[in-house]
Design a protein around this ligand. Structure first.
Ligand code: FES
Length: 107
């Protein structure tokens, strides 16, 4: 199911926004004209990845520093070892929508 997360111009560039919808907790990141959506809950100890800092297309968990890829959800550093879900994002007429059917595994 497709959920609106607002207009592209209203999303902050270079940092995350946490969105809760349909029982999902999603971290949405805008980098320029690109938007990524991954599970918000860090797989290590459930910190909010939307509050993490971006480095290219990776976000660093604010609690213990694991980095997760925004395109594949995979952790690239410890202590997290399990991926977060990756969600499909559609930008249409300046509106941003997240497809809440997870691409990989559910939270
Ligand atoms: S809660 Fe994210 S690395 Fe520990």
């Amino acid at each position: 199911m497709r959920v609106s997360v607002g207009k592209l111009v209203d999303l902050p560039d270079g940092r995350g926004v946490r969105v809760e919808a349909e029982g999902h907790r999603v971290a949405v990141f805008r980098i320029g004209d690109s938007v990524y959506a991954i599970g918000d809950r860090c797989t290590h100890a459930e910190a909010s990845l939307a509050e993490g800092e971006l480095f290219d297309t990776e976000v660093e968990c604010p609690r213990h520093g694991s980095a997760f890829g925004l395109t594949d959800g995979e952790p690239t550093s410890f202590p997290a070892t399990k991926p977060v879900p990756v969600y499909e994002v559609v930008v249409e007429d300046d509106g941003v929508y997240v497809e809440l059917e997870p691409k990989e595994e559910d939270e």
